[in-house]
Design a protein around this ligand. Structure first.
Ligand code: ZN
Length: 185
């Protein structure tokens, strides 16, 4: 089973700016996604990284190369005007039972390993990576760039270790899903 891993946003539209550390979401997602690739490869999962060099490019890349049983993960960090809001959520395409299952496996692993607040699974029908990718796809949002405590915990102290731990947690969730799918044949 092929697993596509997409870096959220692109080099010109970098997503949310974390005002606390003056860094953009995209620049923080590059190492996270690299670590996720390393974890998946370590787990002998057939993982492929895709970038959005231009808007919508990642969706096209996935659709060009995916098979019916492939899955696709896009990494993001959350952001909200109310800086007290924090926690972890995973998004899947409205109406997709497999998307919900994959999102649940990843969310459960993140919660078990990171002890972050559970914001649950969200079904969405207005995000291209969820609606336009033809295989099962999810978006992971492990914490908020607008939340001071979470930024301090994950990015200001031992950033590499923390991002690697998040990557490992996502990879374990993917592995759980892949194992179940392969058992079902
Ligand atoms: Zn984002």
């Amino acid at each position: 089973m092929k697993v596509f891993v997409s870096v959220g946003h692109d080099v010109r539209r970098k997503g949310a700016k974390c005002e606390i550390i003056n860094e953009y979401e995209y620049d923080l997602l590059i190492p996270l996604t690299q670590y996720l690739m390393e974890e998946l490869v370590d787990m002998r999962i057939d993982a492929v990284k895709v970038y959005s060099d231009i808007l919508g490019n990642a969706v096209e890349e996935v659709n060009k190369h995916c098979e019916s049983d492939s899955i696709a993960i896009e990494t993001h960090f959350n952001n909200f005007s109310d800086t007290s809001v924090g926690g972890c959520e995973t998004l899947y395409c409205k109406g997709s039972s497999k998307g919900k299952e994959l999102a649940g496996d990843i969310q459960n692993s993140l919660l078990a390993n990171l002890q972050v607040k559970d914001r649950g699974l969200l079904e969405r029908d207005n995000l291209a990576f969820l609606t336009k990718v033809t295989c099962v796809s999810i978006i992971t949002e492990p914490f908020f760039l607008s939340n001071k405590k979470e930024v301090e915990r994950f990015l200001e102290n031992d950033r590499e270790d923390n991002l690697r731990n998040i990557a490992y947690s996502i990879a374990i969730g993917v592995k759980d899903y892949v194992n179940k799918a392969e058992k079902e044949g």
